[in-house]
Design a protein. Structure first.
Ligand code: HEC
Length: 142
């Protein structure tokens, strides 16, 4: 999907209405198909952790995320990650990493975080595969 078209989809009335309908305080799935966001169907989690992915995700955390996120439950610049895979759906986490700006603008849960933390998480320059590796690392933080 060409990246340039995504912005205009997020601005469309249809998308905003769909998001309102899906008001995701309870982490209901976003209307992903029309928006380029990932849905639950796009994420496969194996019951057993993939240790190679965990190691890569941990390295990405250290280089890209550690400045703002602890691995505990404490709040630094952003929320600590302990228990994050229990309180959030995997596709929500990936969308937060890959489509940060759209989520902070349109997703009710993300907007609540922004209101609480008062810092807008910057758009991350990591690939979908890398985001998936970070998610695998997050699964170790229960
Ligand atoms: C400059 C600080 C900063 C950096 C760097 C950063 N984040 Fe964030 N992140 C935040 C803040 C602040 C929030 C809370 C939402 C907001 O205010 O934007 C957040 C929220 C999140 C959330 C939702 C947390 C929850 O409890 O639901 C996820 C997931 C996340 N970030 C992932 C990442 C990943 C992965 C990286 C590294 C690739 C990263 N962030 C790098 C500041 C940052």
């Amino acid at each position: 999907m060409p990246k340039t078209s995504i912005g205009s989809i997020y601005e469309s009335e249809a998308y905003k209405q769909a998001l309102q309908a899906a008001d995701s305080v309870q982490d209901k799935p976003l209307p992903a198909a029309s928006a380029g966001l990932l849905s639950g169907r796009d994420v496969r989690l194996s019951p057993v952790l993939d240790e190679a992915m965990v190691a890569k995700g941990q390295r990405l955390y250290a280089s890209n995320c550690q400045a703002c996120h602890s691995l505990g439950t404490d709040k630094t610049v952003g929320p600590g990650w302990q228990g994050i895979t229990v309180r959030r759906q995997p596709e929500w986490i990936l969308n937060m990493i890959l489509h940060t700006d759209a989520m902070l603008t349109h997703d009710a849960t993300a907007r609540k975080l922004l209101a609480e933390y008062q810092v807008r998480m910057p758009t991350q320059t990591i690939s979908q595969d890398e985001a998936r590796q970070v998610l695998e690392f997050m699964r170790t933080l229960k």
